[in-house]
Design a binder for this molecule. Structure first.
Ligand code: GLU
Length: 503
């Protein structure tokens, strides 16, 4: 029985577009099961539909998997004993087995032209009959076949479905009513361009790659009776099937669509893994979040590490009904994961985001002392990696821009704010430049000036960072360094002077 063989599972994406959230969930469940059982996880590329092939999606699939940390043991990019792992490089195998099916009475060549099939469809529609092939070529005589072959007629190979009986579903998680075999009308297995259809290639590869369990999206559930019949025809052992539940959009109504939508909680729904990556989510949070779409870790907690998920992941715990998770939950989780990162790790992960937002080289950001100084100061506030730049950009820029009005503290005018700032400048010039040693003397200064610390610190915050909301003031100054801090303070004094003169 399959149950006794070492577990081998696979992700078999078609390179027709970017790697989708649903594909990532499928990959994750396969990976968790492989790691849980000590089995193997394969990556096979199902590139048999030449018309839908998008070359860039190959890199996107692999990058997305790597980013999520779902490493594969065999397949594209890593090799293995069952290659090649691109279906387009396995055509000879599909031909061989399609011919085998013909020889053994399970398949036949069909010479029907597009025109004939279109005409057939038209007539069926007019008579309100079920649409489908009429098995015309299944009953051609040897002579009729020979004649068509001699005339060089293009052909496809169709599966000769059993005309009687019914096929039940063999899914581990769900029962469905068996399907009458005669209703599955001889699907095409090999197209006239010599490429197999999904059904033929998928079944042959899963067999020869010794796949034991097939975890895939439930959009394939309808194909299951056909696949089961193909396995019967070949006389091969049928793997364990687990069709994973649909992912609903975050509002909980409707299928996750490829269009952007706002979830019920107002957050934007992202579709592709690269979008989540760019939006600054951590792979740790993504894996945790994805695992919860159709599976649960425990009644007590939704937060778990990937090692904990591996330890607990059982197929029978997958919930076959459609599930959704609101984006707000991912945001919440991401914040938690962000806070648990070591500051040096977080700083490193911020580098590409800050570099891109500020138009700097990653090495420049990495080497800048401000990164290490400011990261721990903002860690608590970040929901995503993308949130950092706007809080810390002031330290990476030569010049900051802001509305001079912001320099005027509540309850003061331009002159009062300038005088406070000048006093602060003098005091700062005398103080040791460390966050701890600056704070108390500056509070004392506020007292002396009969200001609230908030008023004085507010003016200084705008003068040094150009913002009302920024990391803690003295850490921000430290990140800038004494020279730049004092220079910005003097610039602000000049602006206030100009305003007082005008006003
Ligand atoms: N190529 C199919 C897809 O992209 C694979 C389905 C399967 O896992 O059997 O969804």
């Amino acid at each position: 029985m399959t149950e006794d063989r070492p577990v081998r599972v696979r992700m078999a994406p078609s390179p027709t577009g970017s790697f989708h959230l649903g594909s990532a969930r499928t990959a994750l469940f396969n990976w968790l099961y492989a790691r849980h059982t000590g089995g193997k996880f394969l990556l096979r590329i199902e590139d048999t539909d030449q018309t839908r092939f998008v070359p860039e999606s190959l890199d996107d699939i692999m990058e997305s998997l790597r980013w999520l940390g779902l490493d594969w043991d065999e397949g594209v990019g890593v090799g293995g004993p069952h290659g090649p792992y691109f279906q387009s490089e396995r055509l000879a195998l599909y031909h061989e087995w399609a011919d085998w099916l013909i020889k053994n009475g399970h398949a036949y060549r069909c010479y029907c032209t597009e025109e004939r099939l279109a005409e057939l469809r038209k007539v069926q529609m007019e008579h309100k009959q079920p649409i489908g092939y009429d098995r015309h070529c299944r009953y051609l005589s040897q002579a009729e076949r020979a004649e068509r072959e001699a005339g060089g007629r293009p052909s496809v190979i169709r599966f000769a479905m059993p005309l009687e009986g019914e096929t039940g579903f063999v899914d581990l998680l769900r029962d469905a009513r068996p399907v009458e075999n005669r209703l599955i009308v001889d699907p095409v297995l090999l197209k006239s361009d010599g490429f197999p259809t999904y059904h033929l290639a998928n079944v042959i590869d899963d067999h020869f790659m010794e796949i034991t369990h097939i975890l895939r999206g439930d959009e394939w559930l309808n194909s299951l009776p056909l696949h089961v019949n193909l396995y019967h025809a070949f006389g091969w052992e049928i793997p364990v099937y687990v069709h994973l539940p649909l992912i609903l959009d975050p509002s909980g109504v409707g299928k996750l669509s490829k269009r952007k939508k706002k979830g019920d909680d107002g957050s934007e729904q992202l579709t592709y893994i690269w979008e989540y990556r760019k939006a600054g989510y951590l792979p740790e949070a993504m894996v945790n979040f994805l695992a919860l779409i159709g599976w649960s870790y425990s009644a007590e907690t939704d937060l778990f590490t990937r090692e904990q998920a591996i330890a607990k992941f059982e197929l029978r715990d997958i919930n076959p009904s459609a599930g959704a998770l609101p984006m707000s939950k991912l945001e919440w989780m991401n914040g938690i994961y962000m806070r648990t990162l070591a500051p040096a790790d977080l700083a490193e992960r911020l580098v590409p985001f800050v570099a891109e937002d500020l138009g700097l080289a990653p090495e420049t950001v990495r080497a800048h002392p401000a990164l290490a100084i400011l990261t721990p100061a903002i860690q608590e506030r970040l929901k995503t990696l993308a949130d950092a730049s706007e809080l810390i950009d002031f330290a990476f820029k030569d010049k900051i821009e802001y509305d001079p009005q912001m320099l005027i503290a509540k309850g003061l005018d331009a002159v009062g704010s300038r005088l406070a700032l000048e006093a602060a400048e003098r005091r700062l010039a005398e103080l040791p430049f460390s966050a701890e040693e600056m704070e108390q003397p500056m509070r004392d200064l506020a007292d002396e000036l009969r200001l609230k610390p908030g008023q004085l610190f507010g003016i200084l915050r705008v003068a040094t960072t150009g913002k009302n909301v920024a990391p803690p003031l003295f850490v921000s100054m430290l990140a800038l360094g004494r020279e730049a801090t004092l220079a910005r303070v003097r610039t602000a004094e000049g602006l206030l002077k100009g305003m007082a003169a005008q006003g």
